[in-house]
Write a protein of this length. Structure first.
Ligand code: ADP
Ligand code: ZN
Ligand code: ZN
Length: 743
C-alpha cells in the first residue's frame, strides 16, 4: 500500500474541521485505517493521547516525514455514527466533487462557539378542571398564544421545546408567565427515554386507519422487498392515494425494531398540518428540522438526536444527515421535487445520497411521488428500484374538467393580454359562485427564451434542440454548444412581428386580474412576497381560510394544504417551463401541469383547469391533459436516449466564472484541449464551452462545458483528472471552477 499518511481531525464539531493534522499510519495498522476510522493519536506538545477521526488517506507527506507523528492505535469503540457520516462525506466528495472539508460540513453541522441550549419539555402543571378555567380566562382576554399552548397541552400532557417555540410559536415570555402562575412546568431534557416502550403506548392510542386493499398490497410488497434485498422502493400514487399512510405503517415497523427514521419532505410541503399528522401519530419521538435553521441550531437538534430524545426526524434535504446510530429507514416524499438538489457545493442530490447512506448503514429507502422523476422511474424500469403503484385516490375525488387554450388563437382574435377569454369567463363564474381560484405562473427561466406569439414557434439551436437564449449584446445563443445568431425582427416561420421573450411575471398577472375583476380579493405568492420567515405559510393559511378569492403564484401547489374551495386552476403559460434551456424542461412542465390538475380535484365540487399554451401539441402537455404518466415517460426517455442525457447517460457540467472574459475563455480553452488530449483513450462526449444561460452575474462572466458518458465512473475519473490539472496549473488561479454532476 502506498497510502502511508492519514489526515485526521480531532474535533468534528468545531471550525477546526478546516485544519486536519497529518499522521503516519504505522505498518501494523495499514489496511485497517480508512476514512471515518476513529483512532488514538499523540497530540500537542505533551503528546497527550486523544481521539481523532481519519478523514482521508494519502501517499504524500506535507512536512518532513520524520517530523510526522504516528497514529498510536485504533480507538476501541471502532465504528460510531460519525464514522458512518465521514464515510458518507467521502462518497459525496467522490461523486459530486468538492473538498473533503466542504463535504464534511455538509454532513456534520458545525458547533457554534456560544454555549448550546439544552432542550426542555413543557408539561401541564394543573389538573383538567384548573386547565379549563385558565383556558376560559385566556379566551376572555384573547391571549392567543397562551390559548394555543394550553390547548396543545390538554391534548398531550407534554410537549417538546422545539414544538412549542417553532410550531406553536410561543414566546419565552409567555412561557415564563405561565410557569410563574403554575400552569405549566418546564423540565430540562437530559434523561434518555426508551423509545420503544413509549411507542407501544402511543400505538394503542392512535392507530393509523386500516389500509385499503390496494394500500395494503403496496405495504406487503415493500415488506417483502425488505426481506430479500436492499433495493430502494418507489411508491407511485396520486395525491390523496394514501402514500403517507403507508409511510406511517412502515415507520411503525422500523421503530418497533428499535431503529430510527428520517423522513425527507420538500421545504414547501413542510407545513403545520403535515407535521401535526406525524406528531399525533408518533408524539415526542418526532422532531422537525427546517432549512432556515443555522448550522448551530441544526447542531443542537442533532445533539438531541445523539442523546436519544428523538427517533423520527422530519425535514428537508439537510435532515438526511441526522446522526441516528441505528438508522432503519429513509423516506423521501415527493421524490421528484427539485429542492432535493443542493444548490451549494457539493451539489449533491438527496435521493442518491440517501441511497448511499442506506447502503452504508443497512437502512431501507422508500420514496413516493405522484409523478416520479424520470431518473427514478428509469431506475425502476431497469430493475434497480422496486416500483409499487396505488392507482386510486382515497374517497371519491372528482377528476376536474380540463380546457386547453391555444394562445396563438387568442392573439388572432385580438386578445393580447395574458388572460384568455376562456380563463376570464371561468374566473368570473367561480367568483360569482363564491369559490376560489389559483393562477399559476412560473417565470423562472422563461423570460430569455424567444418565441413567436402568433404561431408559437420557438427559436431553437440548429444542433441541440434547445431554445436559444437572448443576450444583452443582441445575439441569440445556444447555451449547450455556443451556436449563435442575430436577433430576429420577425418570426422565421410565419413572419409575424410578435416575436420576443415572454415577460409576464406574477405582478403583471395580478395587475391584470385586478383590472378585470376589481372586486376580487387577491393574494400573490412569489419570491418577492415570501421573503422572510413563515411568509409563504401565512399566505397559504390565509388563502385556505378563504381570506382571498384568487391566489396568484409561482410555486404554491402544496401538499398538506388542502384548498377544498379551489375549483378553478388557471395555468397562465404552460410552456414557460418547456423552453427553459435545460434538458429537464419537459419533465418540469409535465410535473407542474399534473400538480395543477390535482389541485383542482375536489371531494364534492367539480373543478376546472384552464391551461393556456402556445404549444398545445407538445407531448408533455398532451400527456398531462390525459394524466398519462406512462405516455409522457416513453416520449421523454426516447428524447434523453437520443440526446444522451441522464438518466440514460451521465452529464458532468464544468462551470467556470471570472471577472475577466479573456481569462475565462483562455481557461476554458485549456480545459477543452486537455480533455481532447485524453479523449483519445476515453469514451465520452464533449460539448461546449458556451456561455451560461445567464452569461454574467455581478460582473463575473460565466461559461459552461458539458461532458457526457454512459459510464458514471468515467465522468468521476475525468473530474478528478481535471481537478488535479486545475489545481496544479497557476493559470487557473483567477478562475472559479465548479462541477455539477447529473443536475
Ligand atoms: P398521499 O400521501 O398519497 O397524498 P395521504 O396518506 O395523505 O395520501 O391520504 C390522503 C387522505 O386520505 C388523508 O386524509 C388520509 O387520512 C385519507 N386516507 C387515505 N387512506 C385512508 C384509509 N385507508 N382509511 C382512512 N383514511 C384514509
Ligand atoms: Zn411565428
Ligand atoms: Zn446548440
Amino acid at each position: 500500500m502506498k497510502e502511508q499518511y492519514a489526515d485526521i481531525i480531532v474535533d468534528i464539531t468545531h471550525e477546526k474541521l478546516d485544519r486536519p493534522f497529518q499522521y503516519q499510519i504505522p505498518s501494523e495498522l495499514k489496511g485497517q485505517v480508512q476514512a471515518g476510522t476513529r483512532v488514538k493519536i499523540p497530540f500537542g506538545e505533551g503528546n497527550r493521547i486523544i481521539n481523532g477521526y481519519v478523514i482521508s488517506l494519502g501517499s504524500r507527506p506535507r512536512y518532513k516525514p520524520e517530523k510526522i507523528k504516528k497514529i498510536a492505535e485504533m480507538a476501541e469503540d471502532g465504528i460510531t455514527v460519525d464514522t458512518k457520516l465521514i464515510m458518507l462525506a467521502t462518497w459525496i466528495r467522490h461523486t459530486y466533487g468538492s473538498t473533503m472539508i466542504q463535504a464534511l460540513k455538509t454532513v456534520m453541522p458545525v458547533k457554534d462557539k456560544q454555549k448550546t441550549k439544552f432542550g426542555r419539555k413543557i408539561l401541564l402543571n394543573v389538573n383538567q378542571l384548573q386547565a379549563a378555567f385558565w383556558l376560559e380566562e385566556f379566551r376572555r382576554k384573547k391571549y392567543k398564544a397562551k390559548i394555543r399552548l394550553l390547548e396543545a397541552l390538554l391534548e398531550r400532557t407534554e410537549l417538546t421545546d422545539e414544538y412549542v417555540s417553532r410550531e406553536l410559536k410561543i414566546s419565552e415570555e409567555s412561557m415564563k408567565k405561565m410557569t410563574e402562575k403554575g400552569i405549566i412546568r418546564m423540565v430540562q431534557l437530559t434523561v434518555y427515554r426508551n423509545p420503544v416502550e413509549k411507542l407501544d403506548v402511543l400505538l394503542q392510542e392512535k392507530a393509523v386507519p386500516d389500509l385499503t386493499a390496494e394500500q395494503q398490497k403496496v405495504l406487503d410488497g415493500i415488506l417483502r422487498e425488505w426481506k430479500v434485498g436492499e433495493r430502494p422502493c418507489l411508491i407511485q400514487g396520486v395525491t390523496g392515494s394514501g402514500k403517507t399512510l403507508v409511510y406511517m405503517k412502515l415507520i411503525e415497523k422500523v421503530l418497533l425494531k428499535g431503529h430510527q427514521v428520517i423522513m425527507l419532505i420538500p421545504e414547501i410541503a413542510l407545513t403545520w398540518q403535515m407535521v401535526q399528522r406525524f406528531y399525533r401519530r408518533f408524539g415526542s419521538l418526532v422532531t422537525v428540522l427546517n432549512s432556515k435553521m443555522s448550522p448551530a441550531e441544526r447542531y443542537d437538534q442533532f445533539e438531541r438526536v445523539k442523546r436519544g430524545d428523538v427517533q423520527v426526524m422530519i425535514g428537508p434535504r439537510s435532515a438526511l444527515f441526522t446522526p441516528f446510530s441505528r438508522l432503519g429507514l429513509i423516506v423521501i416524499d415527493e421524490e421528484h421535487e427539485n429542492s432535493y438538489r443542493s444548490e451549494g457545493t457539493p451539489k449533491y442530490h438527496a435521493r442518491e445520497t440517501a441511497i448511499a447512506r442506506g447502503k452504508l448503514e443497512g437502512a431501507h429507502v422508500v420514496m413516493g411521488s405522484a409523478m416520479p422523476s424520470i431518473d427514478a422511474y428509469y431506475r425502476c424500469k431497469q430493475g434497480h428500484y422496486a416500483l409499487f403503484q396505488i392507482k386510486s385516490q382515497y374517497g371519491n375525488t372528482v377528476f376536474p374538467k380540463i380546457y386547453l387554450v391555444d394562445m396563438r388563437e387568442e392573439l388572432k382574435k385580438g386578445n393580447r393580454t395574458v388572460l384568455s377569454n376562456c380563463l376570464q369567463e371561468a374566473i368570473e363564474l367561480r367568483l360569482k359562485a363564491g369559490e376560489q381560484v389559483i393562477l399559476f405562473l412560473n417565470r423562472k427561466g422563461y423570460a430569455s427564451v424567444i418565441s413567436c406569439r402568433a404561431c408559437g414557434h420557438v427559436i431553437k439551436c440548429l444542433h441541440c434542440d434547445v431554445p436559444l437564449t437572448y443576450y444583452n449584446n443582441g445575439r441569440l445563443i445556444c447555451h449547450y454548444c455556443g451556436f449563435d445568431r442575430e436577433e430576429l425582427r420577425s418570426c422565421p416561420k410565419c413572419n409575424s412581428p410578435y416575436i420576443g421573450g415572454f415577460y409576464a411575471g406574477t405582478q403583471q398577472v395580478e395587475q391584470m386580474v385586478k383590472k378585470f375583476f376589481p372586486k376580487a380579493r387577491t393574494l400573490r405568492m412569489d419570491a418577492d412576497t415570501t421573503r422572510g420567515k413563515d411568509k409563504s405559510e401565512r399566505i397559504l393559511k390565509a388563502f385556505s381560510a378563504e381570506k382571498a378569492d384568487i391566489l396568484i403564484g409561482t410555486q404554491m401547489i402544496v401538499k398538506g394544504h388542502n384548498f377544498s374551495k379551489v375549483t378553478l386552476v388557471g395555468v397562465i403559460a404552460a410552456d414557460m417551463t418547456l423552453f427553459a434551456s435545460n434538458y429537464r424542461a419537459a419533465e418540469r412542465t409535465y410535473q407542474l401541469l399534473a400538480q395543477a390538475i390535482s389541485c383542482a380535484a375536489q371531494r364534492e365540487l367539480l373543478g376546472e383547469v384552464v391551461i393556456q399554451t402556445y404549444y398545445p401539441e407538445h407531448y408533455s402537455i398532451k400527456a398531462a391533459l390525459s394524466q398519462d404518466y406512462e405516455a409522457f415517460y416513453e416520449k421523454e426517455i426516447d428524447s434523453r436516449e437520443l440526446m444522451n442525457y441522464p438518466p440514460v447517460s451521465n452529464l458532468l457540467a464544468v462551470r467556470a466564472s471570472c471577472d475577466r472574459e479573456d481569462h475565462l475563455q483562455n481557461a476554458m480553452d485549456y480545459i477543452r484541449r486537455y480533455l481532447l488530449k485524453i479523449k483519445r483513450k476515453k469514451d465520452f462526449q464533449l460539448v461546449g464551452p458556451a456561455p451560461e444561460s445567464i452569461a454574467k452575474i455581478q460582473d463575473y462572466y460565466r461559461e459552461v462545458l458539458y461532458l457526457k458518458s454512459k459510464e458514471k465512473q468515467e465522468l468521476i475519473r475525468l473530474r478528478e483528472l481535471l481537478e488535479h490539472y486545475i489545481e496544479t496549473n497557476s493559470g487557473f488561479a483567477s478562475v472559479h471552477i465548479q462541477f455539477d454532476f447529473n443536475v
